[in-house]
Design a protein around this ligand. Structure first.
Ligand code: CMP
Length: 141
């Protein structure tokens, strides 16, 4: 299985619950390395650009308001099968449907305040990584 990179964002609800460390521990214990990160407080306009693919969805405006409601922690994860492995560790978008033991089952409040974002494909991972980080910010180890 190829080594891949994917984007994860620890969302405002999880940052506010002080579970950054627990979430990163799950990534590291499952073979993913954090190769770039920083804390940011993005604007609703920035969130709107990040989630532009959802612009026509009824939840778009609320999603942008929510993602700009407090600090977030975007990070690049690297490892074998990183895109799908991260999605498995996150669990389903709606925490009510997330498998027990996943990040969203354990930490998410609702479909909107769902603790983490993760890229849904290798193609989108490259786009989403470039949204937050430049090549010089990425440090494989
Ligand atoms: P995320 O993986 O960050 O990608 C888009 C986000 O939109 C998603 O997580 C949810 O937080 C949110 N979302 C998706 N579907 C809905 C929905 N039906 N209602 C509200 N928010 C949603």
């Amino acid at each position: 299985m190829a080594v891949q990179r994917t984007l994860s964002i620890i969302k405002p609800d999880a940052v506010g619950k002080n579970v950054i460390g627990d979430i990163i521990r799950r990534f590291e214990e499952n073979g993913l390395s954090v190769i770039a990160t920083r804390m940011e407080h993005i604007s609703a306009a920035q969130a709107g650009r990040f989630y532009a693919v959802h612009a026509e969805r009824p939840f778009y405006k609320d999603l942008c308001t929510y993602m700009s409601s407090g600090p977030v922690m975007p990070m690049v994860l690297e490892g074998k099968n990183a895109v799908n492995l991260n999605r498995e560790l996150m669990g389903a978008t709606n925490p009510k449907e997330a498998e027990p033991g996943t990040i969203r089952a354990d930490h998410a409040e609702s479909i909107e305040s769902n603790a983490v974002h993760g890229s849904d494909s290798l193609e989108n991972a490259a786009i989403e990584i470039a949204f937050f980080f430049g090549d010089l910010d990425l440090h494989s180890h």
